[in-house]
Structure formats: C-alpha cells, structure tokens
Design a protein around this ligand. Sequence first.
Ligand code: OSB
Ligand code: MG
Length: 368
Amino acid sequence: MRLAGFELRRVAMPLVTPFRTSFGTQRERDVLLAKAVGDDAEGWGECVALSDPLYSAEYVDGAVDVMTRFLIPALAGVSDAVGVGEALRPFKGHPMAKAALEMAVLDAELRLAGRSFARELGSVRDRVPCGVSVGIFDTVEALLDQVRGYLDQGYVRIKLKIEPGWDVAVVRAVRQEFGDGLPLQVDANTAYTLQDARHLARLDDFGLLLIEQPLPEDDILGHAQLAKLLRTPICLDESITSAATAAAAIRLGATSVVNIKPGRVGGYLEARRIHDVARANGVAVWCGGMLETGLGRAANIALASLPGFTLPGDVSASNRFYAADITEPWVMSEGCLDVPQGPGLGVAPLPDALAEATTWTGWVPVAN
Ligand code: OSB
Ligand code: MG
C-alpha cells in the first residue's frame, strides 16, 4: 500500500452524563480521527487525547499540530503499521498521536489482507466481559443509583473513580449496598502521595481487585514502596508508557496488574508487547478505556480478547458514554461484547452519523 495522506477529522460527541474524575469533568468529547488514505485501501484511526492535558501531556489541538507538522510528513515511503512505528520513533512523546496513525494504517493494511485486528493481535476469545468506570458524584446516593443501573444492565465489574474525600467511605457504601461478591476496583488518577499510605491502607478491608494509579505518573519507586504498605494490589495506568516501563515497573514491584491503553503507549503493536511482557512475568493485564467511539472500541475489544487479559476491562457498550455513536453501536449481551471478526476493525463510521458529528476536517498529504 502506498499512502497518499491522512484525512484528519474532529467529531463532537456529547456524553450521556458528565464524567468526573480526580483530574476534571468531561461533558463532551472532542475526538480526533485520522483516516489513512492509500492507493488501494483506507483505514480509520482514533486519537484518544482529551481536550486538556490533565490525564496526560497530550491534548487534541496538540495532536493535530504534531501530526500535521511532524508525524504525517515522516511517513513518506511507509507501507504498513510496523513501518509507521519505525518512522515515528525519532519523535519524542506524543504516543496518542502516533497510535492513531498506526491504527489507521493497520486498519487499512488488514482490510486489504482480509484479516481482523483480533486475528492479527492474537485473539483467543470471541467475546470479552465488560467492566465499567464510574465517575465521582456529588452524593453517595447518586453514585449508588448509577452503580445499580450498570449492574442491572449486566456489567460484571465496577471501577470507582476516587480522590481525597471520596474514597474509603464511598467504597464502604458500595460494598454495603451490593455485597462482598461484586468485583470492585478503584482508580485515583494520581490524586494521592506516599503520605496517604496509611489512609489508603484502609481500603484493604474491602477486598478490592486493585487500586489504579494512586501516585504521580513518574513515581515508580513511590508505587513500589506503597505496594509494601497495602494488601490491595497496585495497578499502574498513567505510569506505563511503553513495554520497557512496564517491564521495569513489574521488576521493581511497583505494579502487580497492568492497565493497557493502546493510545497511552503509542499503539496496538506496543500494547501487544506489554501484554507479552506482563504475561511472561505472570502479571494480569486488562484493557483500559479513553471514552472511545465505536472505532477505538472495536480495536480495544479485539485487544481484550488476547490470552493475558484475565480481568474485565473498561470495555463498555457505546451507550455507557454516547446516545449516538458514529459506528453501529456496541451493545452488551450477558455482560459481554462480541469480538469484531470482519477485516480490519470490522466496523466503519456510519456516513450520516459521522457527517452530523464532524466539526472540522483537514487533509495532510504524505509526500512520496
Ligand atoms: O484513568 O482510566 C482512566 C477515561 C479518561 C481518562 C482516563 C481514564 C478514563 C476512564 C474511562 O476511566 C474508561 C472508559 O473509557 O470506559
Ligand atoms: Mg486510570
């Protein structure tokens, strides 16, 4: 395949309900899509950067800029997803922007070959169990209502967002209401420091599957120290930026479970390498989420069907976040989603829904 260029597109997706975390509140998603256009194939990539650099350093305007000025022009002569990774390696950072371009080329390449993401990545299951990430609310009652709604829909695992002042008491209330059998975990998005270790140890009474990213992104050693003070397993999200950092964090005892987000680590191929490293070390992984549209969701579901993904991911149905998706909606059945099996992502945007949601498009050629 010879790449002619990328069509960049921003789509505005209102959330069904505000999503509040320790780093801010999302009300609408401004999603950047990159469509790879080749001489004989096209493919879709989704950039998971948020509007503001609050979860990670990347943000949507920055992703458009770096793709346009540096990343896409560097893809001259590249013909497949492995080549994208090699061509973009000299550029520091910007994993979410790189991941979107790699995803688009991988989709195009696999559509051409008639092979699915699942098959390409090493899928061993035809459906994956769904967990759901639940935001912070003004009252515990509002949270319990929300959790009850998700359990009624069939979600098999609940993740609660926590922050100082919204942690131990909230977890206790959820346990009291829904029982000790509910698979439950928490995510702090870096909101604590090592000084909070004794407080966080109070979570040990509640049989949580894990606590996700309690400390800052660059504090691997702090997480290793914290792990010695808690019985609750620590799971890193923000800190894991590559297979190399995953290997180091595992070796240092900073993480005993790993959240894999392809965007955060530069793409689905690096995500698979993290899966492989973790699996070789007997460390469980699960697939994180970034409020993806149906496109990113399709790829995440494929990834989550690899053998090392032994915990339910933040892989939920389209209607968890969006009343109207830009693809056919992902619908949960018996707490699971079916792994897409068609060529490439196995799904594509619905033209009318895509046009409706689009706020901007641009064309960036690849000089060959
Ligand atoms: O920390 O896992 C996170 C969403 C945006 C940014 C960071 C995170 C999240 C989520 C939502 O928890 C996961 C999802 O898409 O379902
Ligand atoms: Mg997280």
